[in-house]
Ligand binder design. Sequence first.
Ligand SMILES: Cc1ncc(COP(=O)(O)O)c(C=O)c1O
Length: 355
Amino acid sequence: MSRPLTATIDLKALRHNYLLAKRLHGGRVLAIVKANAYGHGAVRCARALAEIADGFGVAAIEEAIQLREAGITLPILLLEGWFEAQELAQIQHYQLWTALHSAWQVDEIEAAEINAPLTVWVKIDSGMHRLGLHPDEFPAVAQRLSACPKIAKLVAMTHFARADELDSQATPQQIDRFQQAVAGLGLETSLSNSGGILAWPKAHGDWGRAGVMLYGGAATDRVLTNWPKPVMQLDSRIMAVRELAAGEPIGYGARFHTERPTRVGVVACGYADGYPRVVPAGTPVLVNGQRSRIIGRVSMDMLTVDLSDCPGAGVGSAVRLWGEGLPASEVAAAAGTIDYEIFCNLKRARLNYLD
Ligand SMILES: Cc1ncc(COP(=O)(O)O)c(C=O)c1O
């Protein structure tokens, strides 16, 4: 048997989650497939969504070109716009949509040598303070851009810093600032990422931008009634078993000593696969569907789990690292991060797509 680490990607669940986003948000929703669809495979995911999606969002032109070359003809928005003026010709050539987030881009688009006008999503900084025009300067810039012959259509967009935090007032404040900036301009709007789509109905504009919820990620800090399904199951197997007496060290640095006589299972998955090395002892895994725990340090290709309470488990037994029954967000929390990062870090596992 070859190395058993497999990420199974359930494309039906992906489609289900997209339709959930669309139903909750109303209007149109971009499927965000940047960063290789958060580690799920951009081309496969985009193809799986092509019949139902209104368009896609990516971070950079290379990601957009990859989708176009794979035959994706739906709108593709460059969420961060262009980095160098020469990309504008490619944006036109590949019929992409682009964000515009800074004054220097206003000058560049006015000066661009393009003959087919572009669809431009102008980003307003309503409080995240990362990208976007100041809300007070937006109406004048929108007017200037509306007069620019290089632009066919403008959409006003913003991005939330804390849409996942259901008790925070930051999102309503961002919504207010955005609404004031666009008032009376008659532009289409886009405010919501996954958190906005799931939890903030007032943030539903003409276009949603669904990212992590497509992949079944934890888009808010509480599980809600309408909750996406997990899309990725990361599964491996036990490749060796040993019995240790109490007080024995396990793994690099002897960071863990057995507290009792312990059956230890060695699992084919490590930090070179993207499993976080920093997780402490006690981080959950499922062995034959039953909850167990990591003991000892995660190494490059392997990790060790406690089989003492899984008497039926042995060499070849199934181990789920995350997926149905064990949300990636739980593993992420143990590592002090979020499931977005856990998904994006996945590498080397065999990818198996279920259509
Ligand atoms: C501009 C923009 N919109 C939408 C998204 C999707 O966010 P989420 O994955 O939280 O749905 C992102 C992701 O970071 C983004 O940068």
